[in-house]
Ligand binder design. Sequence first.
Ligand code: AMP
Length: 587
Amino acid sequence: MQRPAIIHKTAADLRVAPNLADYADTCRSFSWEAAREALSGLPGGALNIAHEAVVRHAGGPLREHLAFRFLGQRIVRDVSYGELAALTARFANALQSLGVARGERVFVLTGRIPELYVAVLGSLRMGCAVSPLFSAFGPEPIATRLNLGQGAVLVTSGLLYQRKVAKIREQLPTLRHVLLVGEDGQPTDVPGTHDLGKLMAAAADDFATVATRPDELALLHFTSGTTGAPKGAMHVHGAVTTHWATGRYALDLHPHDVFWCTADPGWVTGTSYGIIAPLLHGVTSIVDEGDFDAERWYRILQEQGVTVWYTAPTAIRMLMKAGAELARRFAFPQLRFIASVGEPLNPEAVWWGKEVLGLPIHDNWWQTETGGIMIANLPALDIKPGSMGKPLPGVEAAIVRQGADGLVEVVHEPDVEGELALMRGWPSMLHGYLNNEERYRKCFSGVWYLTGDLARRDADGYFWFVGRSDDVIKSAGHLIGPFEVESALMEHPAVAEAGVIGKPDAMVGEIVKAFVSLKKGFEPGDALRMELLGHARKKLGAAVAPKEIDFVATLPRTRSGKIMRRLLKARELGLPEGDTSTLEAGA
Ligand code: AMP
């Protein structure tokens, strides 16, 4: 069916007056300094995310208001702002009782259980930097990240500890304390391993939040590059102004909203918007511990009366696949705004939302490095399905290309492809990559932060995603570095070399596919393929491991020895091979 290119918004589409009614006007009058004034701050110019998100509300009218409703596998747990303040105080006191100091790094490896949220906010209150990891990671990604981030504390469950951490603990020299959560959290006999429940029970439920500086490290999120180890993006307490402003404008949060962000805090979206932004606005967040299940998700939307829903294109496509019939068994009268992020959102998905859920899906764009939403389809703006929308107030985005003087120059004509760049200076811009100053410097050219994404801007100022300018893989919304997967495969005794690409997939965007050449004495075959798939899954975890492996005699390499993943991909897809002038002879 031919559909119009624009979804025009009318007053009837907006069930409440949006926080941003006039885009041009708000962009003109907006300043980050003024946005910062909406937060309370701490004496002496200090700013602490947890104070803004929790503590200041707990002392006011929101004390009894629900901060989180946790839909656990077995029980539902409600936590008010007052309780959250007490729990995070206990956690901060527990850290102090162990001698953990301000500035040390706390890692969290659990499912989406209350303790994860308490640990993140409690660590921030203590002035520790915190890094939530995906519980689906295998031992290798966990070790790499903990070592890169010099983790001093790890909060995890007894089960995850036994399965993933016990065997690598000796390889984690900076890790002093493991705090075990939950019923299966019996302390092991290993020194430095504690029962978090007992520590918290013994701790006081008030704590003077540390007066962190706005430029003090708060959050560490790991993101994948094309080569080398994952990059640890550093975010500071001052980022909270972006979380607040984007929660207000891009997600349109209003005081009595029930907000559901489906992302796991292991991904930056699940921290910035699954924890921080909704709390800043004093709204109630739903947290679902379970994995995707179409019927349960519809039930959650209906039964919890979700008003604002933030999800991902892969999830929308899976709901589409489950069929409109299923959706129509439920009703969502409270739902007023749906947004999605992480990968391109097909125009059909935007329309599907409108036709089946009664609301179009609002795509938005950002990345680990930006710390918060930068480009979005806003409630009051018309939607051009397939477009990421327009820059948020306070954000200047442009399409740039390499200029003759080595600096980038802005492309002013519309509809020209180039690299998406953002003018530096928004509060949640990354403050560096851990131990990788050079890589950080490469992100900038003059006043521009270079995103690594290719895009175009149309004459109306809408941005359209074109692709990545590097080889990283986006699978079900998660960024996966081919190098990390290749390295794990190379650890198998049969593997001589490995090249990994993202193979386009209608459901999850891309799947991880590996090409492997074997050492002498090993024969390709199904048994070895299964063994390698299992090996990679054990090392990397299901979220990162390849789904397909092909055996090849040799891998195409450049003369300087780099695997030409671009060529592997072109060959896989039957596309032209492009410039192969640097290809090593015979490959
Ligand atoms: P991450 O740092 O894991 O959140 O991944 C960020 C990357 O995801 C971006 O650089 C884009 O390549 C991709 N991405 C995020 N949002 C969108 C979107 N709305 N449309 C297309 N790609 C997106």
